[in-house]
Design a protein around this ligand. Structure first.
Ligand code: FAD
Length: 398
């Protein structure tokens, strides 16, 4: 395993870094740096910029609009996005449904949807989870019934991230109720802008609402928007989950958050000494840094295996669990660093443009909401407990 970047990789890193520095609007990167709420237009600003540059879908095959970069270049690219304080590239189109469509879709679906995913014209959301069907996804109950050339869909999806922005949903629905749970599911592309689709926000613990309930009542889906074969949706759904976990360790984002934590710990004082020099706190920072470095090496190892054609194995689960632990630990230490100033909850302070005097230092207002919001990381994309089950089975043979 060679973990050093080559000269060409370093030149590539410089190219990406320079491009981002010269082209990203400062208002956007400041929002991310300060942990403020990122909205639809912010995500789209980044998306359009990368699309114009031809960099929006590095993992796609070149024939469909990918960059042809190596895995190492893709890793470097993601790191640079994180260091530059960009919002995340929304995964639902680029990382999730795009690969399903170019792998399992027909020519018409590819021509209709892929260019609009690349350009950002269509915003997608993921309609998998339902009340009572999360970890046990195969127990989903949304029904799609054939009526001539149309499916009529009824059911409820939940926790649907950014459904309130979405033009389309990729949705798992049961088309054969009497089959084994995994066998009777189909993968449908649903137009969200039609009667019968109702999106209701769910307010999360930090007071914001990026997630939603989506109610589907007699929603019409033309047969041409069935991906692959009827009742084979579970295969495509699992393929997509493999893509969902790519980059899930968020090493670059955590490195950036750690830098910010250190800045805060330098600015805060205990008995006129910078907090970062206080032994007990410094040790906590060091522990997170050690874990993060170990995580980075696991990720590079997984990458190195993948570049030689080996699958990630349990690496993906390990990255998910440890990546989540590190992300959450950093948000916890930020709260500890700002102390009492983490207590007041001022919702408006989470949004750009708020100009009232902050309670305490400027960075304190987002400390607790960010801490609370990141509890989500151990639930979405496969909960920590479920990932541990996978590792227990595959590594320990339990
Ligand atoms: C912020 C956020 C965004 C999300 N976005 C989306 C989205 O866009 N689209 C979408 O489809 N879904 C989305 N989800 C849903 C997410 O995938 C589910 O929440 C997740 O799969 C867990 O399912 P659940 O909430 O039904 O919990 P459950 O599956 O009911 O689990 C409840 C608890 O039991 C534990 N548990 C469950 N099964 C086992 C087991 N076998 N062994 C040990 N412990 C177990 C879990 O770890 C958890 O602690 C999102 C969730 C969150 C929090």
């Amino acid at each position: 395993m060679d973990l050093n970047f080559s000269k060409a990789d370093l030149a590539f890193r410089d190219e990406v870094r320079t491009f981002l520095k010269e082209n990203l609007p400062v208002e956007l990167t400041e929002k991310v740096r300060r942990n403020l709420q990122v909205e639809r237009e912010d995500y789209l600003t980044l998306h359009r910029l990368l699309h114009r540059q031809g960099w929006i879908a590095p993992a796609w095959p070149k024939a469909y609009g990918g960059t042809g970069w190596s895995l190492t270049q893709r890793y470097i690219f993601n790191e640079e996005l994180a260091y530059a304080n960009t919002p995340r590239v929304m995964p639902f189109g680029i990382q999730m449904v795009g690969p399903v469509i170019y792998t399992f879709g027909n020519a018409e679906q590819k021509a209709k949807y892929l260019p609009r995913i690349l350009s950002g014209e269509d915003w997608w959301c993921q309609g998998y989870s339902e009340p009572g069907a999360g970890s046990d996804l195969a127990s989903l109950r949304t029904r799609a019934v054939r009526d001539g050339d149309t499916y009529v869909v009824n059911g409820q999806k939940t926790w649907t991230s950014f459904a309130h922005y979405a033009d389309h949903m990729f949705c798992l629905a049961r088309t054969k109720p009497d089959a084994k749970p995994q066998d009777g599911i189909s993968f449908l592309l649903i137009d969200m802008r039609q009667p019968g689709v109702e999106v209701q926000p769910i307010v999360t613990v930090d007071g914001t609402s990026d997630v939603n309930s989506v109610f589907l009542t007699d929603v019409k889906v033309p047969r041409e928007d069935l991906v692959g074969e009827e009742n084979k949706g579970w295969t495509y759904a699992k393929f997509l989950l493999g893509h969902e976990r790519a980059g899930i360790a968020a090493v670059g984002r955590s490195k950036n958050a750690l830098r910010r934590l250190k800045e805060i710990a330098r600015a805060e004082h205990v008995a006129s000494k910078p907090l970062i020099e206080e032994r007990a706190f410094a040790e906590k920072i060091a522990q997170v840094e050690i874990d993060l470095t170990a995580l980075e090496y696991i990720e590079l190892d997984v990458l190195s295996r993948e570049s030689t054609g080996q699958g990630p194995g349990t690496g993906a689960s390990m990255l998910k669990v440890k990546g989540t632990d590190v992300q959450q630990a950093i948000t916890e230490l930020v709260c500890e660093a700002v102390g009492y100033y983490a207590i007041p909850y001022v919702k408006k302070a989470l949004f750009d443009g708020w100009n009232e005097p902050p309670i305490g230092p400027e960075y304190a207002a987002t400390a607790a909401p960010t801490y609370h919001n990141w509890r989500k990381a151990s639930i979405y994309g496969g909960s920590t407990e479920v990932q541990k089950n996978i590792m227990a089975k595959m590594v320990l043979g339990l």
